[in-house]
Design a protein around this ligand. Structure first.
Ligand code: PEP
Length: 263
């Protein structure tokens, strides 16, 4: 398999404009252009514009962390996908922090996914179960419901360009940060692709990109990237540290080179 590995750094609500600028500068110094790795930074909405002026576009692309599903209007405080469309390539949608802290429903996620696609921004749709749901044996039902609703208004052609990030909530550093067992992650990645195949056909299931996220570090990323059908990683805490993020990119680049040799 020779498609690029996608590594997304989600900075969450961290770094003001000058701190973001310093991190971009450091990353730029340490990271070279990697043919096999697509590197994406997701700063806060406030920092998107200045960061967009500072990044080397041969190395990095930008993602928003969220946006509102209406294109314009009287929605005080919100920023729309329409406003972001020339600035970002991606937008993270349905992150567990948004679902849990901001009460984002399955339907809100669906509407945001549609708005992103309408505005030619690739959604990175986050799905994943809580610890309680896993313990209750509900993981696959939760994943199924999240997937089916998120894509309800899209065509198969639109879905094949989307990115799905499987992020078990209990594995995210701020929600407990348990290190997910590779076998468990493999089982859910297989399940996600099976569901997509069942709903939208084998070509879409093969083309859609599936990432893993949850306390990914330079120590663990290689194991996850070596899982079958894993196209990359969504990285939270480690993406704020220049050395850790660079380490993750280095591992991803090596995994890609190995894939090329095997294929
Ligand atoms: C995330 O928030 O998407 C995430 C994966 O965070 P962390 O890497 O810090 O667990």
């Amino acid at each position: 398999m020779d498609r690029k590995i996608l590594i997304v750094g989600n900075w969450k609500m961290n770094l003001n404009v000058s701190q973001a600028s310093i991190l971009v500068h450091r990353l730029d110094q340490k990271i070279k252009i990697h043919k096999g790795v697509e590197m994406v930074l997701a700063p806060s909405t406030l920092c998107l514009q200045p960061v967009s002026m500072e990044i080397d576009r041969r190395k990095f692309r930008l993602s928003a962390q969220d946006a509102y599903y209406k294109d314009e209007g009287a929605y005080t405080g919100e920023v729309s996908f329409t406003m972001l469309r020339d600035m970002v390539s991606y937008c993270i949608i349905g992150h567990s922090e948004r679902r849990l802290y901001f009460n984002e429903t399955l339907e809100t996620v669906r509407d945001k996914v549609s708005a992103a696609v309408r505005n030619e921004i690739t959604p990175i749709v986050c799905i994943g179960e809580t610890k309680t749901e896993r313990t209750a044996g509900e993981t696959k039902t939760v994943i199924h419901d999240q997937l089916i609703t998120a894509f309800a208004n899209l065509t198969s052609n639109e879905i094949e360009n989307i990115v799905i990030a499987y992020e078990p909530v209990w594995a995210i550093s701020t929600f407990g940060g348990e290190i997910a067992k590779p076998n468990d992650v493999q089982e859910i990645i297989n399940f996600i692709r099976d569901q997509i195949k069942h709903l939208f056909g084998p070509i879409v299931a093969q083309r859609v990109r599936v990432l893993y996220g949850g306390s990914v570090s330079d120590q663990t990323v290689g194991t996850y990237l070596n899982l079958s059908g894993c196209d990359g990683a969504l990285v939270g805490a480690a993406s704020l540290n220049c050395y850790k993020f660079t380490g993750i990119i280095d591992v991803a680049s090596k995994v890609h080179q190995t894939r090329l040799k095997i294929s």
